[in-house]
Design a protein around this ligand. Sequence first.
Ligand SMILES: *Cc1c(COP(=O)(O)O)cnc(C)c1O
Length: 437
Amino acid sequence: MNTRDTLYVKDGNLMIGSFKATELAAKFGTPLYVMDAQYIAEVCDAFVAAVKKCGSGAVAFANKAFATVATAKLAAAHGLWFDVVSGGELYLVAQAGADMKKVLFHGNNKTSREIDEGLAHGIGFFVVDSLNELELLDEKAGKRGVKQDVLVRVNPGVSAHTYEAVMTAAPFSKFGFDVHGDALDVIKDIASRKNLNFRGLHVHIGSQIYDHSSYDAAIGITTDFVKKLADEGIVTDILDMGGGYGIYYTDEDPKFTPRRYAYTVESIARLVAEKSAEKGLKQPFLIVEPGRSIVGEAGVTLYTVGAIKDFPGVRKYVAVDGGMFDNPRYALYESRYSAVIANKADKPADEIVTVAGKCCESGDLIGKDMPLQHAETGDILAVFSTGAYNYSMASNYNLNAVPPVVLVDGDKADYIVKPQTYGDLLRNNTVPEWLNG
Ligand SMILES: *Cc1c(COP(=O)(O)O)cnc(C)c1O
């Protein structure tokens, strides 16, 4: 457990803000996602300060990590820009009242409709990722009589030290144009177009990265490429170095604080400034795009312990009222989490258990071999660092309801996503005439 001012143990109880976790579970039910507003605000502020340390810049929140209107409002209030990767996320930030000039639209295969929607909202930047998109965007911008600012996603060919599924800049990735291949020609093409305005480069090497050397390598290669563009007379105003900062999940990971997260951004900002100066380039406006590190540790999922099955000497299953429908990350990546029994948080974690979900899949686990206090049916299990890629990846598998989300802000707590009803689960079901007999 990575404790902080708003996540700690008091009199044997796990506390989130001023609330006992068990109190939140009793009031709002389980399974329940709880998000800590103060922590999100703190990380946002630390990142914004860090990115501006060595020049001008902005922090864009990657909505895909956790997308709700309330948290988008919170992030905007702390000066953040937004990354969106779909028409849905674009709609969300517009609903949250975001300044659309501070929105970047990512994606390796934006649909024609999404491009139209981005243009209609007058977003700041499209991050162009394919020739198809380039043609479509140029044509559609022309029809609207606008000159659209674009960044170009380039692939520096860096293999970040992380899981393969979340590695996005290894050679032959589905993302971006190769800096050692066609990127130069693509950018020359954009520079010659009437309706597109080349503003800079975007690089995102992957996710859950702790190792700064991956960023260092990417910055070295990318600034070399900026130099190559400069030699061709093409100016790069903006350098967007993506996100991907690793967070604390288990005691095998570093215990981050907002300061320590910000240090990663600071060192990126410093290196971009150094490398640009070294190569005689003008200082770019630096954008970073953290997702996981802003919301990940802010989230705790609360479950009620149900069935317990012990195979002595083999494995003990502790089953909870959630599972892969609220947290598919074990099933997807065998991700690891840490947890406590919220009402026994000061007791020793002297059992090793497998926390199982309630879905009809053997792979539906929250975690294997997790150290935990002795669990009994009815206990409240709190799983940490579930703020990123849990709610945003949730599904209605087995027609389980996606749990509601409660935002805790010190001594205030309220829904930011309401519970789904059975009616919600069938809302879009319809029966064709001919089946109605
Ligand atoms: C996913 C993604 C991010 C955020 O990654 P995190 O690991 O959540 O920080 C940023 N930029 C792009 C383009 C992404 O695809």
